[in-house]
Design a protein. Structure first.
Length: 319
């Protein structure tokens, strides 16, 4: 069984950094295809520079850095600015480069838009993103959400996943904390720190990166005797994580361990690899039960794809 090398359960808090000083031209230009829509235009068609932004407050911290709510001094437009930690080890630096590579590739209404990337002389990197005013889907856990409301969310996340998978990108860290929403009822996928563009070595995508709790059986136990067709189906890992996320939001607790219990690693590994997949509660609609079943099939090749799920009766029913 794969060894646990992951530390993403840690929630490192960083102290407020000093105000930024010199900024030199960005070393991470956005892709030509995305530039037109992704660059922030303000006065006289200039793009936003880091010195044009005022910090309002901290929105949250993750392993890779701290995210601030910022406002543009002239236009008063609000953005989220992720200031990446400076003292990164080589793994985190690698993740940052990968995240930037992916941000340059993507442009979809279902993915949090990256407007620009700044780098200072010191090497400090900041990512300017679209601001999602209602934060992550974590806040919906236990909020007595209805199936119809969940279907609206599920459809948008699946459209985002379908877009990524068509571009041969696996997200590898789908969970409530990486899905953001705003008051326009939009839900978007964020945080591409452990995502990967699939090139040739498909089964390498099953490496132990991401948040263990939401990992699919084939990723948790990557050394199991898995059929070639299942190894090649790297996108199915995102669908497992998506299914768990949807179920968690509806029932209000993490579905792989009994309600109220904190998931420790051993319990999680047993639950994912040895026990039956979690199911939607009996009182849910048949459509939702079937939807969850299609996402949480143990064999990756039997799990539905994002495009198939978009045509599942749970998402097609009249509201
Ligand atoms: N675009 C955004 N708009 C609004 N809030 C955001 C945005 N991006 C991030 N946040 C908030 O900042 C918090 C931290 O974001 P970040 O991406 O650093 O966290 P994370 O997902 O825990 O990261 P990591 O996976 O690198 O540990 C999020 O949990 C969210 O509350």
């Amino acid at each position: 069984m794969a060894l646990v090398r992951d530390n993403r359960f840690l929630n490192l808090k960083l102290s407020l950094p000093q105000a930024s000083t010199t900024i030199f031209p960005c070393c991470f230009p956005m892709a030509a295809t995305t530039t037109a829509s992704a660059k922030v235009t303000c006065v006289a068609n200039n793009t936003v520079s880091a010195t044009d932004l005022d910090r309002i407050n901290v929105l949250g911290s993750g392993n890779s850095g701290t995210v601030y709510k910022v406002t543009h001094k002239t236009t008063s437009e609000i953005y989220a600015l992720k200031k990446v930690k400076e003292d990164m080890d080589s793994t985190s630096r690698c993740q940052l480069l990968r995240e930037i590579e992916i941000l340059r590739l993507v442009d979809s209404p279902y993915i949090v838009k990256c407007h620009d990337i700044f780098q200072k002389h010191s090497g400090e990197v900041s990512i300017l993103m679209e601001y999602m005013d209602l934060g992550t889907l974590e806040s919906l856990r236990g909020s007595a959400i209805t199936e119809d409301q969940l279907a609206l969310i599920a459809r948008q996340v699946l459209k985002g996943l379908n877009y990524l998978h068509e571009l041969k990108i696996v997200h590898r860290d789908i969970k409530p904390a990486n899905l953001l929403r705003n008051s326009k009822e939009e839900v978007k996928i964020a945080d591409f720190g452990v995502s990967k563009v699939v090139v040739k070595s498909l089964n390498k995508c099953n490496s132990f990166a991401g948040t263990c709790a939401y990992m699919s059986p084939e990723r948790v136990n990557s050394e199991a005797d898995v059929a070639e067709e299942d190894k090649a189906n790297v996108y199915a890992g995102d669908i497992w994580s998506f299914g768990l996320t949807m179920l968690e939001i509806l029932v209000g607790y993490f579905p792989l361990v009994p309600q109220g219990q904190k998931p420790d690693l051993a319990t999680l590994i047993c639950a994912v690899c040895l026990e039956e997949s979690p199911k939607a509660p009996e009182e849910c609609s048949e459509e939702f039960k079937s939807f969850i079943d299609c996402c949480l099939r143990k064999k990756p090749s039997e799990r539905w794809t994002a495009s198939q799920l978009l045509n599942h009766p749970f998402l097609l029913r009249q509201h």
